[in-house]
Unconditional design. Structure first.
Length: 316
């Protein structure tokens, strides 16, 4: 069985693009103890480990501390080193797209350790952002004082890209400036709250030359992440995420990175940190890996940036 990919909310599960891609397991640890008690969560994770061998759980950075504490409690009670808890710095829809990519790759011949550490690499290729009506309370993307001031103008709209490079532009209707997009072929996912999607479909998608678009439901965590309202309340927001849809390209991207062995748990990894035990490469391993591979293994961001040129381009 492939490594299990789990998420903390059903809104983070995108539809499988084909019959081969497994779905994600949902661990609703953000719900109350009455709705989803800890003992049930422990049983669910134990069952996943028994069925799949390893579990990779994705949890948004904006999730409350209680959610993260419950995940770590589950791992502690089970005394298992087969549970990876990953919290990439992606908005909720971008997180859902990353989970989909990991689900696609879970059926390939990657070991659990490589698959878990590949999340950091793949996150650099997810262009995630949102159209919001205000950036006055947004603290996850740099916002200038001028932009804060413009947020109070009636009908103001902003396009904000959070990953891989933060960018903010003020929108004027369906025209105006477009944030910098990917130079390789992507599929665009978008989800609307109380905003129209005209700018996404009429301006952003053509400018980014996406290969296709899919509308999905807005994750409940989006309002908290983008500071547009109460969690679970849609607010004035349209979230979007463009990412590589082709499993063969994803496979090539991950397999091209040098693999190391975690000195703590013994699993394979790519990059500079194990996805399961979080142990970093030792000081002696990192320079050696960089020397042998021709690039530093201290971080995946430089490798991701240099590899973009080899990806298939979007249509011109």
């Amino acid at each position: 069985m492939p490594t299990a990919i789990a998420v903390t909310d059903p809104d983070l599960v995108l539809a499988s693009p084909d019959r081969h891609t497994p779905t994600a397991s949902v661990l609703p640890v953000g719900e109350s103890q009455d709705t989803y008690p800890l003992d049930r969560a422990i049983i669910d994770v134990h069952t996943l480990i028994e069925q799949h061998g390893y579990v990779i759980a994705l949890c948004p950075q904006s999730a409350p501390d209680a959610v993260v504490h419950r995940l770590h409690s589950i791992r502690s009670v089970l005394e298992s080193d087969r549970i990876a808890i990953l919290r990439p710095e992606l908005p909720p829809l971008g997180m859902a797209v990353l989970a989909l990519q990991l689900r696609q790759l879970s059926i390939c011949d990657f070991s659990p350790g490589v698959l878990a550490s590949a999340a950091r690499l793949l996150a650099h290729y997810v262009y995630a952002g949102a159209v919001v009506g205000s950036v006055a309370k947004l603290d996850r993307v740099p916002v200038t004082l001028r932009a804060h001031t413009k947020s109070w103008a009636p009908g103001a709209q902003f396009a904000v890209v959070a990953s891989p490079q933060p960018e903010l532009v003020k929108l004027t209707g369906t025209s105006g400036e477009i944030p910098a997009g990917p130079s390789f072929g992507t599929h665009l996912f978008y989800a609307a709250g109380q905003q129209t999607t005209d700018w996404i479909t009429g301006a952003l998608a053509p400018a980014w030359r996406v290969h296709g678009m899919t509308e999905t439901r807005l994750p409940g965590e989006s309002a908290r992440w983008w500071a547009t309202g109460r969690p679970g309340s849609p607010g004035r927001i349209v979230e979007f995420a463009a990412a590589i849809p082709d499993i063969s390209v994803l496979y090539q991207l991950v397999s091209s990175v040098r693999r190391e062995e975690c000195h703590w748990c013994g699993l394979e990894l790519i990059g500079d940190r194990c996805g399961f035990c979080a142990a970093p490469l030792t000081a002696s391993e990192t320079p050696l890996a960089g020397a042998r591979s021709g690039r530093s293994a201290s971080a995946l961001a430089p490798a991701a940036a240099s590899a973009r040129a080899a990806l298939p381009r979007g249509p011109h």
